[in-house]
Design a protein around this ligand. Sequence first.
Ligand SMILES: Nc1ncnc2c1ncn2[C@@H]1O[C@H](COP(=O)(O)OP(=O)(O)OP(=O)(O)O)[C@@H](O)[C@H]1O
Ligand SMILES: [Mg+2]
Length: 392
Amino acid sequence: MVKSTGFVFRRPALAATVAEGLVGAGLQDYTSGLFLAAPRRTGKSTFLREDLIPACEARGWLAIYVDLWANKQKDPAELITAAIAGALVPHEKGIRKLAKSMGIEKLNFLRTLSWDFSKPQLPEGATLTQALELLQSVSSKMIVLVIDEAQHALTTDSGINAMFALKAARDELNQGRDTAAGGLKLVFTGSNRDKLAHLVLSRTQPFYGSSITPFPLLGKEFTRAYTLHLNAHLAQMNQFEAEDIDRAFELVGRRPEMLRSIIGDVALELGEASNLGELLRDSSEVIRAGVWNDFESSYNDLTLAQRAVLDVMAQRSRSNEPFSAFTEATVLAVRKRLEVMGSDTVPGTQTIQACIDALREKELVWKSSRGTYALEDKSMAEWLEHRASRSA
Ligand SMILES: Nc1ncnc2c1ncn2[C@@H]1O[C@H](COP(=O)(O)OP(=O)(O)OP(=O)(O)O)[C@@H](O)[C@H]1O
Ligand SMILES: [Mg+2]
């Protein structure tokens, strides 16, 4: 039997790079905040939990993790506050001592010391900056606040305010401090690059000027390790090849769960199979057909103009040229594409912009911080190419 549960591939090198970047010690500088984005189900939360947070703790930093999607009923601001309050709880004794030695007025949000440590709440009127400063002084540690699915904060006013409050806290805590010596570092992740980018793109947003870093998807080392893991449970004569596994993984957009389910399907047929590699290849074709079917139906849902824009975008990405909405070349290419489709619409830049907005809304396309557009799912580009070659 293939046992495929419980396998977690660790990424210590990536975690070390990120951690160094947080204190500005590596090639990358994330001292003012790291914004990591990747499509759904590609392993962002697992990386934070299994690799990044342990790496931070190993460096003597205090990591706080908040998932803004953990409870969709709760206001994101409340979740952030609760996580910070929760991190203060183990320091109750230290806080009481500090309050005594400094004088209650100094720690003015502890005014009455009637703070109930049994609840994950800050005393009324306390700001995030005050709470984080307090945490920093009682723990004497640098704080790394990790906010998973951060784009969700943008859905409520208080969530947006919490983001502004975090920015203020970051500036306050880091002021006049050597970057490596302490202060507050922020890590945000999101599965929708466009939405996450809202936090950094516009002047009116809290982290204006930062950029979005693409989260590196699991690579060949993952498929190699996974193959070893699977093969350990299989007969010597009937083993998987890492390359076949990697090919299947690529087909499902490098999503471990979907790979696991392919392996599960293959495992069911194992009794009759003489060649696992072949079985895997066959099953991959079936999976690909399924994935492509999904693309086909989302494509069919688009208007002709939207399809034309998507086609031109895919064409550009194949030839490694940037796609920008307002150039004459783009307008001409979209027009031509529509003509080929038999439409007599003559689109201008406005129509094209509206199409792009619709495609972004459907999460087929995203806009980078440099203002260029790209397809959200690389395998969709492959499908579009296949489609174009069929109709050529
Ligand atoms: N390094 C890894 N090794 C093994 N399995 C992994 C790894 N990373 C992710 N997975 C598996 O992939 C699935 C998705 O992982 P995870 O929840 O971390 O992704 P995510 O990008 O945070 O997803 P979401 O967009 O839903 O938040 C989970 O079933 C997880 O067990
Ligand atoms: Mg996640």
